[in-house]
Design a protein around this ligand. Structure first.
Ligand code: NDP
Length: 255
């Protein structure tokens, strides 16, 4: 990367950077010139990723946090400001998908999904917004970005996806509402909705749900995390006057 890289001089925070889409996004935004803050709970993975990004000539900071805890989410944003000086791009990517029928559900699983997919995203957005609004004024690009990772499950509902659907439909609604609130202050807010991507996401399921997920991945040429990182990089490197409010990225093989 050079001083002419699209994100040179900017700071990007990626939640869920310890695996899958978040990890690929962190690598990609670093290549575009951003200093990247890596947020997740598995600190060992974050430190390895930060070292790899630095070895490739980029800048990265590992920030261990459980963002379902409001104090930890707020502290993570403050650490980024203290250590990297500013915040220009927030990628709300951390998430959890636990599938199963509503009838007889384990309510604790619902609570875990709501905590990360909804509350974690809200805590991070709330803590980041004052810094993003400031960055939109003094950023080298005169614009700042929030990208929320939703899902095809934020567009279409299926049986057994009930609470995951609820969280991702909610992310879509919140994203568009916030976009309208801050876009004229040059904070762009967009949602990216992936179809099937090969990551650890399905691995937290068990029994018949795990079998269904494994069968889908075995029989479909799915996306890879870099495909989603490409989409995010596209969204945050548009010229100041262009805002990508929604990007739906599907495997060609997924009907
Ligand atoms: P992964 O399971 O690989 O990544 C999930 C990430 O979220 C991990 O880095 C995990 O880190 C982080 N995370 C989970 N809980 C917390 C927490 N409490 N605090 C901080 N970080 C947390 O899955 P993906 O990369 O696939 O998922 C990324 C996003 O993409 C999710 O929002 C998912 O819903 C969405 N998505 C994925 C699709 C797919 O097919 N894979 C399709 C559509 C959407 P750690 O455990 O270290 O905290």
């Amino acid at each position: 990367m050079t001083s002419t890289s699209p994100l040179a001089g900017t700071v990007a925070l990626v939640t869920g950077a310890s695996s899958g889409i978040g990890e690929a996004t962190a690598r990609r935004l670093a290549k575009e010139g951003a200093s990247v803050a890596l947020v997740a709970r598995r600190a060992d993975r974050l430190h390895i990723l930060a070292s790899q990004i630095q070895a490739a000539g980029g800048a990265a900071l590992a920030v261990e946090a459980d963002i379902t805890d409001r104090a930890q989410a707020e502290a993570a944003v403050q650490t980024v400001i203290d250590r990297l000086g500013r915040l220009d791009v927030l990628v709300n990517n951390a998430g959890l998908m636990l599938l199963g029928p509503v009838v007889g559900a384990d309510v604790e699983e619902w609570e875990r999904m709501l905590a990360i997919n909804v509350q974690g995203l809200l805590y991070m957005t709330n803590a980041a917004l004052p810094h993003l609004l400031k960055a939109a004024e003094d950023d080298p690009r005169q614009v700042a970005d929030v990208v929320n990772i939703s899902s095809i499950a934020g567009r279409v509902a299926w049986a057994n996806y009930g609470v995951y659907n609820l969280t991702k439909f909610g992310v879509n609604g919140f994203t568009e509402s916030l976009r309208q609130e801050v876009t004229t202050k040059h904070v762009r807010v967009g949602v990216l909705e992936p179809g099937g991507v090969t990551t650890e996401l399905g691995s937290h399921n068990s029994g018949a749900m795990r079998d269904d997920i494994d069968a889908f991945y075995a029989n479909t040429e799915t996306l890879v995390p870099q495909d989603i990182a490409d989409g995010i990089a596209y969204m945050v490197t548009r010229p100041r006057h262009a805002s990508i409010a929604e990007l739906w990225v599907m495997p060609t093989d997924q009907a």
